[in-house]
Structures are given as C-alpha cells and as structure tokens.
Write a protein that binds this ligand. Structure first.
Ligand SMILES: [Zn+2]
Length: 226
C-alpha cells in the first residue's frame, strides 16, 4: 500500500482545483534528528511535500500559506511574474530529493516576489540547506545555510516573534547552530549563551539542553581550529 495519499487544493490565483500527494501520518518514520532540527526519514520524507504548487499557474507556497486569502496586490504580482513565465509543470505526484529541491526553489521565487517576511524565507532556505546536505552537495549546503542564517538574523532583529510557543528561543538557538556549522565558533557561542540565559529558557528545556551541548561542541571546535 502506498505511503502517500491525495489531498485537494484550490489555487487562490487561478482557481484551479487539483490534488497533490502528502505522506500518511502512519507512514512517517523518523530515523535521526539533527541539531538544526533536520530530520532524516527512513521512508517517504514529509518535508519534501511541505510546499504546494499549482500546476496550472505556478503559484507555490507552504501548505498553510497556500490556503490563505491573498491581497489583490499580491495576486497581481504573482500573475505578472510567476504565472507569466510559467510553463505547465506538475509536482503533484511523488517527490524525490531532486524534485523537492526544484519545487522549493520555485517557492523561493514566489516568496521573493511577494516580499514575504524573513521568518518564512528563513524556513524555506533552511529546508533547501537540508536537502543539499542530504544530497552531499557541500557547496550549495553552505550557500543556503548562510542565506538561512542571514534571514534568521533579520527576522530576529526586525520581526517581533510571538513567543507564546518559545519561537524566539528556537530562532536564537538556530542562529547559534548555523553559525557553528559555518565555522563561526565564537559567534555561535554568543548566541548559545543567549539561549541559556534567556528569561524563557525554562519554558523550552529541550532547546536549552541543545544550546548547552552545542556550546561545548563549538568551544571544542574553536580550540581545535586555533
Ligand atoms: Zn493556479
């Protein structure tokens, strides 16, 4: 039996009704969870299916955003940029890693022309960094890790996080972790320390533990790099 099923969507740009594959919850098998929240799956990877693309007009968004109402200005922008250049392509079936990268790059174009917030850009760029990591493409992994880091910093500095769910703590932690991955050990430690000393650190013990562990690792790596 297939691990995938069809979910129905209606495109807010062109009105097209279509189905796109998603992974059944019962079929999701996490094998490993990395310290940047990158999960490795043993079967179908639900992250590959996180963005929805209308085959008719190219409108591509994270699933939750795909269902949202769009402003008239936003619709016109998508029609005049994405749709105008769209050659009918279908990403509604099963998605391997290559396809996932392709569709996330299309989402990146969509969100860029829509001038999406930095938190959304960061989420998308981080996923691309994960995909290139899975592929063993070190150059593009580094490129998208750096772009994700820049977006997380902008998001942290400019966009007020709604910290009800400890999101700000996660962002601060990720800024530390992505800095460490890029070899900026001293900078990484500065952000990990912010997590540990954060007034809401008690609310998210997992992140606090991660920050302590990765702080120790970054200190080790810094000493080894001298
Ligand atoms: Zn459409």
């Amino acid at each position: 039996m297939s691990d995938l099923f069809d979910r129905s969507y209606t495109c807010s740009i062109c009105g097209n009704e279509f189905t796109s594959k998603q992974v059944k919850t019962s079929a999701v098998r996490a094998k490993e969870r990395k310290k940047d929240f990158h999960t490795i799956f043993s079967g179908e990877n639900p992250t590959h299916y996180g963005v929805i693309c209308c085959p008719n007009c190219g409108f591509t968004q994270f699933e939750n955003d795909f269902k949202k109402e769009l402003s008239a200005k936003c619709k016109t922008t998508i029609q005049n940029t994405v749709t105008k250049n769209w050659k009918s392509q279908d990403f509604t079936g099963q998605r391997d890693l290559q396809t996932a990268i392709k569709i996330h790059l299309i989402a990146l174009v969509n969100y860029t022309v829509m001038q999406a917030n930095q938190a959304t850009m960061a989420k998308l760029l981080l996923r691309l960094a994960w995909f290139y990591d899975e592929m063993g493409n070190e150059i593009d992994n580094k490129k998208y890790t750096q772009l994700a880091l820049d977006a997380f910093i902008k998001s942290y500095e400019v966009e007020k996080q709604d910290d009800e769910e400890g999101k700000e703590l996660e962002v601060i932690y990720l800024i530390g972790e992505l800095n460490r991955q890029l070899g900026n050990y001293k900078e990484a430690i500065r952000w990990y320390e912010m997590v540990v000393r954060h007034e809401f650190a008690f609310k998210n013990r997992l992140i606090k533990t991660y920050a302590k562990d990765q702080w120790a690792l970054a200190a080790e790596q810094y000493n080894a790099s001298k």
